[in-house]
Design a protein around this ligand. Structure first.
Ligand code: 13P
Ligand code: SF4
Length: 341
């Protein structure tokens, strides 16, 4: 694949506004009107370049609306992106998400080229634990299987027996067939799972820097002041989850809204999630607590464009690490999505 496709930098033209009128209408109110003329040339250039490259763009639910709605072919939670990568036939996959998601895609689609627009899109959970930490935990708890949340590095996955996402953590833990499981690294997701099972969990002290800052007081405020239903991601603290009307992965949140159709809701998760769901549920009023994930927000339209133009940054995983991590990821995929509402 040639890396130097000739393409001029995107420019605004009145024709663009006409060509993308439908998208513009869909994103009205989500993307500030002053920003739209800045985004549109990039969206147009990315869509053309994507076609030339035969690439598939996968975007996590926490990506900004102009990315999620404007250029992505596949959108969803961590599990959806992993499943899509595993069955992807395109030669080139661009992950608009964080680094562990791109590594996961590469492990599940080893013959494809996987790119991430910014190498610094990390994750506080993934950086909270190393492969050496997992080996130490195993030494402290001989014979106890390790389940790692997908928000971990490939090295940590390689030391694990199985991976899980928030869409199947409980079922993966129970599928280990053990009375005790080492569950890493999210102590809040771990506590949430532990409360629903008889399996004893050994937890690690990792947290998501976005979800850990929600408080039970904010929850009560949203309920009392706005009369909103509260739906929270299981990376939130137990005190926050105790106040929630529903707890689930980002995909399960969408399913719950579809089923319950509340008049007003507060999504206790990353801020862009509500933006991305607004177009699907125009009748629901979203009360938006705005916690942004600084890592997800490293991904922008200009760096997606550069990524496709220059074929950078390619994500690679050493073969021995990838083959061990693959085993753990395959167990996660076998369990599949379990949080259907
Ligand atoms: P899910 O996409 O699995 O719900 O996880 C949310 C998250 O924080 C991803 O980084
Ligand atoms: Fe990591 Fe939290 Fe950001 Fe997700 S939202 S990428 S868990 S820091």
């Amino acid at each position: 694949m040639t890396s130097n496709i000739e393409i001029s930098p995107p420019q605004w033209s009145d024709q663009l506004e006409i060509d993308y009128a439908e998208l513009g209408t869909r994103l009205e109110g989500l993307v500030p009107c002053l920003e739209w003329p800045m985004h549109l040339p990039w969206i147009d250039a990315i869509l053309r370049l994507k076609e030339q490259r035969g690439a598939v763009i996968m975007a996590h639910s926490y990506q900004s609306p102009e990315i999620f709605h404007g250029v992505a072919d596949v959108t969803g939670d961590s599990l959806s992106l992993a499943q899509a990568a595993a069955s992807c036939s395109a030669e080139l996959i661009v992950i608009c998400g964080v680094y562990f998601m791109a590594e996961t895609a590469k492990i599940l689609a080893p013959d494809r080229t996987v790119l991430i627009p910014d190498l610094h899109a990390g994750c506080s959970l993934a950086s909270s634990i190393t492969a050496a930490d997992v080996r130490r935990l195993r030494a402290m708890h001989p014979g106890v299987p390790v389940v790692s949340y997908v928000n971990t590095t490939a090295d940590v996955k390689a030391e694990s027996d199985a991976c899980c996402t928030s869409a199947n953590a409980l079922q993966v833990v129970e599928a280990m067939g053990s009375k005790k499981v080492i569950f890493i690294p999210d102590r809040f997701l771990g506590a949430y799972v532990a409360a629903q099972t008889n399996v004893e969990l050994v937890l690690w002290n990792g947290t998501c820097e976005v979800h850990e800052i929600f408080t039970a007081q904010q929850m009560r405020h949203a309920r009392e002041r706005f009369n909103a239903k509260l739906i929270a991601h299981p990376e939130c603290s137990p005190e926050v989850l105790a106040e929630a009307d529903f707890v689930g992965s980002t995909s399960a949140m969408s399913q719950w809204l579809e089923k319950v159709k509340p008049d007003r809701v507060a999504l206790i998760t990353e801020c862009s999630m509500a933006d991305n769901l607004r177009t699907k549920f125009p009748q629901i009023e979203f009360v938006q607590p705005c916690n942004l994930c600084p890592h997800m927000k490293q991904i922008t339209l200009p760096n997606i464009f550069n990524c496709l133009r220059d074929l950078r940054h390619e994500v690679t995983v050493p073969a021995d690490v990838a083959s061990r991590a693959r085993r753990a990821l395959d167990r996660m995929l076998q369990v599949g999505r379990q949080d259907r509402v």
